[in-house]
Design a protein around this ligand. Structure first.
Ligand code: GLN
Length: 435
């Protein structure tokens, strides 16, 4: 096993964007919850993960902060699982309100307009409370903590101090809980519901946890590491839909236009973004803008979206593809299986490139030669091509590299150390192997 590590272009790109978005001290910590005002405003972390991939995390990636409103779509998902969709929709709508997160946005019948604003999130939490107290001895707060822990793939904990701070001073949220009770939207004791909601907001996470949670959503409810199905695919569809329409409150429209990634912000400074089937992307930095979104975090999202082509509404000819198969073979016929054959296919964009990046770096670090077969590749997007070139630059001095690229999708003369093999060589190899 090699001691040497070759840095991955995918990782480097995310690290570079993270650093480029760091400068600046606009905005201010939330100060209406005492504990949040005291957090170091210079903290900054980002993370990303594909549903089948490795976790990439940068900056203060091990710093724990409270999940706050990023818990709302998750608890909404847990409530749909527990009570069924119809029961939840009867009490909470799915219309963007265009109002701020703490507005008293109830329809005349007392039904909050969506589950992302505090009124809706309190109602969702209340429904779970009522249901649990109704039918079992289980503790509803425990159900929430357990559900979020399963989404993250590790046991999460509550910041008791911050919880006590918020529970002691959240008069407005307490008022909303009382309104919900008076309208019959929730049935239990409004103070218990309010305190349960504050506990839910005080669950501690790192950007790594949020990335895992996001990857579970991006994969339709199956945790990428534990393999557990935490939410059904239909539930995840509702969760991601409300994130995309209501997750950013009164800036949901401009967020979808400029970033184009379903996301949920929290007043602790976190932003959880999920591109269905593709990628979870997360940022954390405590200074907020006037709608309660992390300034630095939003800058990271805007930049990453623009430069990596992550906007959901950008039509790119639906890229699908990357790795068809991987095998360790004796390509140069010297009796040793020391070459990794990676056969790629289809349309390769930035996110599908990630699996190539991972495989190539893994094998190069183990001193295996590489044979990259691009014969079935139809196109390589500009960002992915730039990364493949950087990958070849990095490994072609370290290990032997053979590339079969009959359509010349890559610039062959940029890489003098690469052996560009032709169809005849590949045929010869295949025939000796099958004989
Ligand atoms: N606990 C916070 C509140 O209810 C959550 C708000 C948020 O993160 N936007 O005020």
């Amino acid at each position: 096993m090699s001691e040497r590590t070759i840095s991955s272009p995918f990782r480097d790109t995310l690290a570079e964007i993270t650093e480029r978005c760091r400068p600046g001290d606009e905005g201010a910590n939330a100060d209406y919850i005492g504990g949040l005002a005291a957090v170091d405003p210079a903290l900054y972390a980002t993370a990303a993960i594909t549903p089948d991939g490795d976790l990439y995390a940068f900056g203060d990636a091990d710093h724990e902060f409270t999940i706050q409103s990023m818990s709302k779509p998750l608890v909404y998902g847990l409530a749909i699982e527990e009570l069924g969709l119809a029961a939840v929709l009867r009490r909470v709508g799915v219309e963007p309100s265009g109002d701020s997160f703490n507005s008293i946005s109830l329809s005349p019948g007392g039904r909050p307009v969506n589950p992302m604003i505090n009124a809706g999130a309190l109602a969702v939490h209340g429904l779970l409370h009522d249901r649990i107290l109704d039918c079992s001895a289980a503790d509803p707060d425990e159900l929430v903590l357990d559900g979020l822990s399963r989404l993250a793939g590790r046991r999460l904990t509550v910041d008791e101090e911050l919880f006590a701070d918020e529970a002691a001073t959240g008069y407005r949220n307490l008022a909303i809980a009382n309104l919900l009770r008076s309208a019959g939207t929730i049935e239990g004791n409004p103070r218990h519901v309010y305190e349960g909601y504050c506990r839910q907001c005080s669950i501690r996470v790192t950007v790594r946890d949020l990335a895992m949670i996001g990857a579970t959503l991006a994969a339709g409810g199956i945790h990428p590491a534990t393999g557990e199905r935490v939410l059904r695919a239909e539930t995840v569809q509702w969760v991601l839909s409300v994130m995309s329409t209501c997750g950013m409150y009164d800036s949901a429209g401009s967020w979808m236009n400029t970033v184009g990634i379903p996301a949920k912000s929290g007043v602790s400074g976190g932003i959880l973004g999920v591109i269905p089937g593709q990628l979870a992307i997360v940022a954390f930095s405590p200074r907020l803008d006037e709608v309660g979104t992390s300034v630095r975090g939003a800058r990271f999202f805007r930049t990453a979206s623009a430069e990596l082509g992550l906007h959901m509404m950008r039509i790119t000819g639906r890229p699908t593809g990357a790795l068809r198969n991987r095998a360790v073979v004796d390509f140069d016929d010297d009796g040793v299986r020391d070459t990794t054959l990676l056969r790629l296919y289809g349309d390769i964009d930035f996110t599908s490139y990630e699996s190539i990046d991972r495989e190539v770096i893994y094998d190069a670090e183990r001193h295996r030669s590489l044979f990259l077969d691009l014969v079935e590749v139809r196109s390589i997007g500009a960002v992915a091509a730039a990364h493949i070139h950087r990958l070849l630059d990095r490994i072609s001095g370290e290990v032997r590299v053979f590339v079969h690229d009959p359509a010349e999708l890559l610039e062959h003369d940029r890489h003098p150390q690469v052996t560009w093999v032709d169809a005849a060589t590949v045929r010869e190899y295949r025939s000796t192997r099958s004989s």
